[in-house]
Design a protein around this ligand. Sequence first.
Ligand code: NAP
Ligand code: F7E
Length: 334
Amino acid sequence: MANKAALISGITGQDGAYLAKLLLEKGYRVYGLLAHRSTKPFWRLSYLGIEEEVEFVDGDLMDLSSLGRAMAEVKPDEVYNLAAQSFVGVSWQQPILTANVTGLGVLHMLEAIRLNNPEIRFYQASSSEMFGLVQEPIQSETTPFYPRSPYGVAKLFGHWMTKNYRESYQMFACSGILFNHESPLRGLEFVTRKVTDAVARISLGKQSDLRLGNIDAKRDWGFAGDYVEAMWRMLQHDVADDYVVATGITSTVRQMCEIAFQHVGLSYEDYVVIDPKFYRPAEVDILLGDASKAKQQLQWTAKTSLETLIQMMVEADLERVRQEGKNVSGSIMR
Ligand code: NAP
Ligand code: F7E
């Protein structure tokens, strides 16, 4: 039997890169949907050493016809929809773009599949941001949603559309309700990477302080490399369903900073400056996930502690900042 083919939207993002690597290791033919950009942001795929192994197909989540073409060209067995405007903070500045890409884009994907081949298995990247103002202290698949940002509202639309296509057309469509997950490939705008990059620069004498917003916010942080395994397992299961993917441990941004600074022998209190510019119009104060359904049905659990994750990220950033000094063009990894 021929190897399975997978189409990944958002292949140039953090999760897209880790998922592509995992699927290549499993023998898949991996295709990345590539929205037109003036420069090709392949640094994450290069970092994992797989840029040459992925094939690319043009397509934008905003253009249904391009998705239909991509389906017809690739004939995928599985589609992973990871593309989104994924930064919560910017979703207040660009709410309509966020609603279009992060919300309506999911419907475009579902329609492209339904019209081309409804047998394709579909994964939707749902988010713990949908829980927002949490209605239960520990959030599971049955916890009511209460999104707090245009991003969260857009994700909720995509989540319900995925469920609706499963129920209306018997499509194998799954939603992974993933809690925050990070890695050395995380974008610099997200708080973990902002901190680990700053720690590296401060410890190498290239930055003097670190300006942050609400450091009392609590998140359930895991490692992206662990979480893409859960995505794949959802699509290999007998029935399509929704799953929470989380570690079951919550920590403050402050605790995360403490781990990062301690790793280079510094104290965060000496460098972190609170800047209200980074406060959000409506905050998600705490997230804490219950992934027991994923454990029971998919045999998936998170393997990486927050300490190990943040130390891994600081080490990667130290290496990058050192390389910048040797590299005339500046940032090789950004
Ligand atoms: P990311 O690094 O921000 O990647 C987003 C990807 O979407 C990029 O490849 C981006 O391409 C692509 N994209 C944006 N607009 C597009 C469009 N109109 N058409 C096609 N592609 C487009 O995000 P991530 O952290 O890997 O997250 C993956 C998915 O999981 C996202 O949907 C995110 O919302 C969701 N999620 C993430 C987390 C987390 O903690 N990481 C948790 C829950 C859910 P360019 O690089 O060209 O812009
Ligand atoms: O913020 C606080 C901020 O931007 C985490 C996305 O992947 O996970 C991510 O969304 C917390 C928030 O992630 C700064 O207010 C303080 O409480 O790293 P973040 P997020 O908003 O939780 C979910 C699950 C997704 O689905 C999203 O796609 O940290 N915080 N000071 C700060 N955050 C940032 N970015 N920058 C600060 O200076």
